[in-house]
Write a protein that binds this ligand. Sequence first.
Ligand SMILES: NC(=O)c1ccc[n+]([C@@H]2O[C@H](COP(=O)([O-])OP(=O)(O)OC[C@H]3O[C@@H](n4cnc5c(N)ncnc54)[C@H](OP(=O)(O)O)[C@@H]3O)[C@@H](O)[C@H]2O)c1
Length: 245
Amino acid sequence: MGHGSYTRDTAKKQARHVSPQNPLWPLRERRLTKPYVVAQLGQSLDGRIATVTGESQWINGDCALDHVHRLRAHVDAVLVGVGTVVADDPRLNVRRVPGRNPARVVLDPRGRMPVDCQCMADDGAPRFVVRAEPGPCPPGAHEIVITSSDGIVSPRAILSRLFEHGLGRILVEGGARTISTFIAEGCVDRLHVLVAPMLIGSGRPGLELPPIASLEEALRPATRVHVFEDGDVLFDCALKPGEGA
Ligand SMILES: NC(=O)c1ccc[n+]([C@@H]2O[C@H](COP(=O)([O-])OP(=O)(O)OC[C@H]3O[C@@H](n4cnc5c(N)ncnc54)[C@H](OP(=O)(O)O)[C@@H]3O)[C@@H](O)[C@H]2O)c1
């Protein structure tokens, strides 16, 4: 699947596809009194976010990738787990659309992030590392220390600390484990699942939440669906009551 550059023509076409109910509106309009969190995950039809070797670039096509960059351009900070940094070394900046680079946050409780990873490079945007105990940080990055409990650093505590730094609009961009812990603690307002018409057949599963005994306990978020012109489908799911569809 090709990945050409983003053009004004592409933007106009995509604008048609996301209207009339643009899934980015809350990020544009909302005056924040508490954190607002969008989580996004790209997956195959069979629910895989990467191959068994961890390869995930690229499951989605151009339109979905443009959508992710638009999300980045609208938030204050992009947050990923250290597993994603180790596997993909993503830059997490805005390249495919016009817009400013968000702050970058890596959730790295045990300090295993390579110090020279690309998302911690200095491009003028603030950079944060969330740790369970103090340790070495990439040059120029701010360290946020939050004690873990049973190996989990509370997503709510992370969001509250980021809010204190003026970072209220947060995009949690992966991987599956990080997004799952944020959803499990009720910390995600909107979940954007970008499904590519592809069967990987085996590999890393997407979301994994605590088990439920009955389908009655399943989350059934109000969901809006957008079909992109290259075949990917965006499920825009409102996970918080009152978010609407
Ligand atoms: N398709 C997509 O959209 C997409 C997006 C991103 C990544 N990926 C793929 O996903 C894979 C990586 O995903 P992943 O789920 O393995 O890794 P991940 O979510 O990026 O990182 C997981 C690690 O982050 C730390 N962590 C996350 N949440 C935590 C919490 N609440 N408390 C404490 N620690 C927390 C833990 O680090 P420690 O282990 O050090 O304790 C955990 O093992 C890669 O193959 C990547 O290519 C796919």
